[in-house]
Design a protein around this ligand. Structure first.
Ligand code: TPP
Ligand code: SF4
Ligand code: MG
Length: 268
């Protein structure tokens, strides 16, 4: 792998994170024909997924639990010429940092966020997260999870994300294509990746049986939400994509207005 750092990979053999690493690095290698690698900045959260930044030879920042979106926002506002990509866990994003996720989507910051959704707190050895299914037995729910899971796709669509997709870590060719589309998308691009955790929530068999592509891409946000809420919760592909003003464009317009106002005041 051209982008390998040489660091020893410590994920459990068979972990779905390997598929995400492979697809992402292939996507960046293919994009490198048109985008300089120096422009990439990666941000990763806390958890097994967070180690991905150690394995990719690009500039990166390993932040604290649940705080990937504020880092993406700050980096992009400081230097809009950078291509910022975040990697987060489901516990990281759908529990600890849920509010940050919603605001990043609402503001439409031009960044990509890849959530390694294994439906479990992996690094801390198997507690239930917001996406664990009802009945899931783990360290914190030995009698079975009593809660219904969160629907991240519907949540992101309702929060205003301008690119919303779901992929499966076992289909790296599809994931690579979606990662490329997400990086090239202007605005907040969100990918929920179904990522089996072989040690604490082994979903390989389930997903291999249940994952299937979206047949007809929804034409509106409303249609996409309907599809995301349909009983079939393992559809993969792009649920919705639209172009609209980004957060950094809006901030720059406001800043220009503010500086014109200051100038007028001075001239008075
Ligand atoms: C604020 C805070 N709360 C809790 C922890 C403990 N902690 C470290 S990793 C982790 C689990 C991470 O789970 P997830 O985000 O799903 O990532 P995974 O390990 O599954 O990739 C937790 C709870 C922490 N480091 N910081
Ligand atoms: S505990 Fe689970 S998520 Fe963490 S490296 Fe092992 S298989 Fe992967
Ligand atoms: Mg997890």
């Amino acid at each position: 792998m051209r982008l390998a750092t040489g660091a020893r990979i410590v994920w459990c053999p068979g972990c779905g994170n390997f598929g995400i690493l492979k697809a992402f690095t292939q996507a960046v290698e293919e994009l490198s024909a048109e985008v300089e690698l120096e422009r990439f900045v990666l941000v990763s959260g806390v958890g097994c997924h967070g180690k991905i930044a150690d394995y990719i030879a690009l500039s990166s920042f390993h932040t604290i639990h649940g705080r990937v979106p504020p880092l993406l926002t700050g980096i992009k506002l400081a230097n809009p010429g950078l291509i910022v990509v975040g990697f987060a866990g489901d516990g990281d994003m759908y529990n600890e940092g849920l509010v940050h996720l919603i605001h990043a989507a609402r503001r439409n910051i031009d960044a990509t966020l890849i959530v390694h959704n294994n439906s479990v707190y992996g690094l801390t050895t198997g507690q239930a997260t917001a996406t664990s299914p009802r009945g899931f037995r783990g360290r914190s729910t030995p009698e079975g999870n009593p809660e219904e899971p969160l629907n991240p796709i519907a949540l992101m669509l309702a929060s205003g994300a301008s690119f919303v997709a779901r992929c499966f870590a076992g289909d790296t060719a599809h994931l690579k294509q979606i990662v490329k589309r997400a990086i090239l998308h202007r605005g907040f691009s969100f990918i929920d990746v179904l990522q089996p955790c072989v040690t604490f929530n082994n979903t390989w068999k389930l997903y291999k049986e249940k994952v299937r592509p979206i047949e007809r891409p929804p034409e509106s946000r409303e249609e996409a939400i309907k599809l995301a809420c349909s009983a079939d919760s393992v559809l993969t592909g792009i649920f919705y994509s639209e172009e609209r003003e980004t957060c950094e464009e809006q901030v720059r317009i406001e800043a220009r207005h503010a500086s014109v106002k200051t100038l007028i005041e001075k001239l008075k």
